[in-house]
Write a protein that binds this ligand. Structure first.
Ligand code: FAD
Length: 432
């Protein structure tokens, strides 16, 4: 048994471990060791990758890059490969993963199972929009190949299906052409939510990547920094060699707390406001700003932290976000890594995929017990009234009612479940 926690470190549970390294043996192992659930790189914040007292199938050693066509950008790889390793391999040849989340330390299997989104959802949708084929092995031994044009119902259940339809062993991904590793970026300070939405609308047509940091302690007005970027060709620059550091230990209390948060946010706003305007930036700090500080999640102390990421429809988005900021202000708690972003006007393929047209707000809160969960419940209420949903990759606590209203295709999804797979999240939200 090994104590394992997810990225939020809210609790660590004993698990029995079944490492997977050979695709030809996966079917036998998961049939013999069940119920279990896949564990990629544990970058989900909540309980989707946990199975307390039960079995975890570790996928990181399913790490072969099977084929890469430099002419067409078609990549076939196993599900335990990290996005980082793909980017490192393909960018020198002028290709890149078309959609990438805010950390590259994520496996292909995890990226598919949460149908992850990046800063370019308005142009390129989510991860599943670039998959041509997935190979899935069920605990019954059945092997299913699916894609947008091959068993499309299995594909729709599996992308965003939080690992519950089978174990993904391999994927075919269509990469995107890029001129190199550089982006031209621009930072624009904004002083209220209206200005954020205007900036997002103005940027959609001509900027591939958009995202913003919002100062959630500045009241319901919502000041922040809007960042946008486009790939750019620049052969003159030296690839930076950033210093990697590590959070060396778990501090006895969260470093993000009432005393530190306001000066943190003030400093972040004013320092970055000074950088306003255009710059050429390497893709790594732009896409993955936290990856160079290993174990940064430890800074929240021994009790861990919650993430709350919601999406609400655009029509009610400004009011709902203002209401959430007001609630956070009222509670006296705050979030440092607060991200506000619009999603494009496109529906996701996955039955349980998170992205939907609207605006998404991601917040982190140190776990201060009932005080924090009460605030999160109030935020849930606002999301529910706005007819939005909470992101499963980040969740450890939403109610079944909110899950069912936010993900109305869940009944359809149940037909595809593999009953030899069970996680803490599936038991909490689906009853088994
Ligand atoms: C700093 C940071 C920034 C992030 N930014 C974003 C972002 O911008 N956008 C976004 O969408 N997400 C974001 N995320 C969330 C992250 O992309 C997802 O949680 C992702 O699923 C993690 O992948 P993983 O390999 O660590 O999977 P895990 O966390 O280990 O598992 C996640 C889920 O995938 C399932 N799974 C994993 N491998 C397989 C497999 N082979 N077959 C079947 N199921 C499998 C697991 O059972 C579980 O349900 C971020 C996370 C971090 C830590």
């Amino acid at each position: 048994m090994r104590q394992i926690s997810s990225w939020g470190r809210l609790s660590a549970f004993p698990h029995r471990i079944a490492p997977l390294s050979d695709v030809s043996k996966v079917g036998d192992i998961i049939a013999a060791c069940k119920p279990g659930v896949a564990f990629g790189n544990g970058r989900s914040y909540g309980d989707s990758c946990l199975n307390p007292e039960g079995i975890l199938w570790l996928t990181r050693d399913l790490d072969h890059l099977v084929a890469f066509d430099r002419e067409t950008g078609l990549l076939r790889c196993e599900a335990g490969v990290l996005l980082r390793d793909i980017q490192t391999l393909v960018i020198p040849d002028g290709w890149m993963l078309p959609v990438t989340p805010g950390s590259q330390l994520v496996t292909i299997g995890g990226a598919i199972a949460n149908d992850v989104h990046g800063k370019n959802h308005h142009l390129l949708g989510s991860f599943s929009d670039h998959l041509l084929r997935i190979k899935l092995i069920r605990t019954t031994g059945e092997v299913i190949e699916c894609g947008p044009a091959l068993n499309p119902d299995w594909f729709a259940a599996t992308v965003g299906g939080i690992g519950l339809t089978g174990l993904i062993v391999e994927a075919d991904i269509q990469l995107k052409r890029v001129p190199g590793p550089w982006l031209e970026t621009e930072t624009i300070p904004y002083s209220n939510l209206g200005a954020f939405f205007k900036c997002a609308d103005d940027s959609e047509a001509s900027w591939e990547h958009t995202v913003s940091w919002i100062d959630c302690l500045a009241g319901s007005g919502g000041r922040g920094l809007f960042m946008r970027g486009n790939p750019v060709d620049d052969k003159t620059r030296q690839i930076p060699n950033p210093k990697k550091s590590r959070m060396p230990f778990v501090p006895p209390i969260s470093l993000v707390n009432k005393l530190s948060l306001r000066p943190f946010n003030e400093a972040y706003y004013w320092l970055n406001k000074r950088k306003k305007g255009k710059q050429i930036v390497h893709y790594q700090p732009f896409f993955y700003p936290l990856d160079n500080l290993q174990d940064w999640n430890k800074m929240y102390g021994p009790k861990g932290f919650y993430q709350h990421q919601s999406v609400v429809p655009r029509e009610v988005g400004q009011d709902a976000v203002a209401e959430m900021l007001k609630e956070i202000g009222r509670s006296g708690q705050g979030s440092f890594l607060a991200v506000l972003k619009t999603f494009g006007n496109r529906r996701s393929v996955g039955m349980l995929s998170f992205p939907q047209p609207g605006v998404t707000l991601a917040l982190d809160f140190p776990n201060n017990g009932p005080k924090t969960t009460e605030l999160l419940n109030r935020l849930d209420q606002i999301v529910s009234e706005a007819k939005g949903r909470i992101y499963l990759a980040k969740d450890a606590r939403m109610s079944r009612e909110l899950f069912e209203s936010g993900y109305p295709r869940f009944q359809e999804f149940l037909k595809f479940r593999d009953l030899g797979i069970s996680s803490a999240m599936s038991r909490r939200l689906l009853g088994s």
